[in-house]
Design a protein around this ligand. Structure first.
Ligand code: NAD
Length: 520
């Protein structure tokens, strides 16, 4: 359980166990820096995935509330844009220090609503905080270029904010992904409307509270809730200039297409099927630890989960040892001491995962380790699935073609590195891939030929730090990957480039004749 004497200096009470909350409080909207109760007629019940106890009800924000968020963001934009960059930087410094102080509180909200272990939830917060900390470098990051292009003539480039922008977030990183958007969107001078996942908006609501305390003026950050209706509103609202989306292909392809057709910039990171190729010369112990951590950590609900293992040559013989390591993982409520992985997000998700395991069995694969029906003693009503390893998988099987998003590792076998590269590149997704080898030339060949955004060499989850950008390839990113999150491309996404060419002469020209041709 989280220690009360740790980094969190906040006096606010927060949960440290999965006990039923006596009086669940409805989630509010955040408009004009105020937490405003929704007048919604439709509410979405949010349950603790470890117990299925009610945690809160999330509103389907009403049309009036959605419009109020846009009005608030539009109203705030001119003054926020005109706020000096050093003043915006100061607010960002304060924001980052408040996130650090409230680290445990944010993590506790994630464990309660999303289910991941408290230690892992702290990682979720940290990876987002690092983006915010990097965004504090904005005075240097925003500088433009200048060049004397001709005698007495110079061109300068500027990066200007777009106006009102929006973010639509997934359930699996309730703090990190809002923090891929909030810092860069706002520090560059935009105002933001954020829709957290309706399945776990708690961390985003805490971030809103901290943003207010840090000094963000009313309207710079607004939070609205809901499902498709809210998304459609964002897609069709003319005042919203850009949309950041992270989530599934089903939602993301629709959002990219409709948002783009409405003339908006859209960045959309989508689903994944990340492969790890294991070569016989790899360090066996390090490789097995890395794979079991990355396949089963966060119950496999990471876009960078290593969900597919490609054993090359004799490394097929390592599978029994992998099973032993997976079996040793502690599947439990996320607040429990020593828990390695928690439940999956919902009973529907558990059923979908278990059905995919059953489909593998029906299609002729072997279930080497079966996590179906696993129930920790203390949590009989939770959505738990134990680590599962499926072997003898072929590319035509459903468990290989679909993103499972659960603690399930599917294993395929090939004879050579060439075969592994061919197999991985034939997969529709291209989010991340990893190779385990001691050979520099093998790694270099893999690095050059694999079609994926994030590559790990003896590293299982290569989520790039914020000075780089989180990219993707093929079906894992919309629009061919032109717009990616954070890093320099993230800054470009949230800003419009303007160039100004000026001509100043010490003395006025003496000629009275106009120049009518393009200068040659
Ligand atoms: P999701 O697509 O179900 O939901 C994401 C957001 O879209 C939510 O806010 C939801 O309300 C909204 N939404 C859902 N269905 C919609 C629809 N049909 N139309 C309009 N809006 C809709 O995704 P999720 O289950 O919350 O998150 C898991 C998915 O996100 C996985 O596929 C995972 O790979 C992906 N993901 C990708 C990355 C990445 O960077 N590539 C990172 C994290 C998660």
């Amino acid at each position: 359980a989280p220690s009360t004497t740790s980094a969190a200096s906040t006096a606010t009470e927060y949960p440290t166990s999965h006990e039923q909350i006596a009086k669940p409080i409805d989630t509010t909207n955040f408009l004009d820096n105020e937490f405003v109760s929704s007048q919604a007629t439709k509410w979405i019940d949010l349950h603790d995935p470890a117990t299925n106890n009610l945690v809160t009800r999330v509103p389907q924000s009403t049309d009036e509330e959605l419009k109020a968020a846009v009005k608030s963001a539009e109203k705030a934009f001119p003054a926020w844009r005109a706020t000096s960059i050093m003043a915006r930087q100061q607010i960002m410094f304060k924001f980052t220090s408040l996130i650090r102080e409230n680290w445990d509180r944010l993590a506790a909200s994630i464990t309660l609503e999303q289910g991941k272990t408290f230690a892992d939830a702290r990682g979720d917060v940290l990876r987002g905080l690092q983006v915010a900390e990097t965004a504090c470098g904005i005075p240097s990051l925003m500088t433009g270029e200048v060049l004397e292009v001709a005698k007495d003539m110079e061109t300068r480039s500027y990066r200007e904010p777009l106006g009102v922008v929006a973010a639509i977030c997934p359930f699996n990183f309730p703090a990190m992904i809002p923090l891929w958007c909030i810092p860069i969107a706002t520090v560059t001078g935009n105002t933001l409307i954020l829709k957290p996942s309706e399945r776990d908006p708690g961390a985003a609501m805490i971030l809103a509270e901290l943003a207010k305390e840090a000094g963000f003026p009313p309207g710079v950050i607004n939070i609205i809730h809901g499902q498709h209706r809210t998304v459609d509103f964002i897609l069709d609202e003319p005042a919203i200039k850009a949309i950041s989306f992270v989530g599934s292909n089903r939602a993301g392809e629709y959002i990219y297409t409709r948002g783009s057709a409405n003339g908006k910039r859209v960045q959309a990171n989508l689903g994944a099927k990340n492969h790890a190729a294991v070569l016989p010369d790899a360090n066996k112990n390090q490789t097995l630890n890395a794979i079991s951590g990355a396949a089963f950590g966060a119950a496999g609900q990471r876009c960078m989960a290593l969900s597919t293992l490609v054993t090359v040559g004799e490394t097929k013989e390592w599978l029994p040892e992998l099973v032993e390591r997976a079996k040793a993982l502690n599947v439990n409520g996320g607040f429990e001491e020593g828990a390695d992985l928690g439940p999956v997000i919902s009973p529907e998700s558990k059923k979908r995962i278990e059905d995919l395991i059953a489909s593998a069995e029906a299609e002729g694969a072997t279930i080497l380790l079966d996590g179906r029906g696993y129930t920790p003693e203390k949590y009989p009503n939770g959505n738990f699935v134990g680590p599962t390893i499926i072997t003898n998988v072929t590319p035509d099987m459903k468990c290989y073609k679909e993103e499972i998003f659960g603690p399930v590792l599917v294993c395929l076998h090939v004879d050579t590195l060439d075969d592994a590269i061919e197999l991985i590149n034939a997969n529709e997704y291209g989010n991340g891939a990893a190779i385990f080898t001691r050979s520099g030339s093998t790694a270099s060949r893999f690095q050059k030929d694999i079609e994926a955004g994030q590559l790990g060499i003896n590293v299982p989850i290569p989520v790039p730090l914020p000075m780089f950008s989180f990219t993707g390839n093929k079906k894992s990113i919309a629009g061919g990957g032109a717009n990616t999150f954070y890093g320099k491309p993230g800054l470009q996404f949230y800003t419009q480039q303007k160039t100004v060419t000026s001509h100043w002469k010490a003395e006025d020209a003496v000629s009275t004749k106009a120049n009518v041709v393009m200068p040659t």
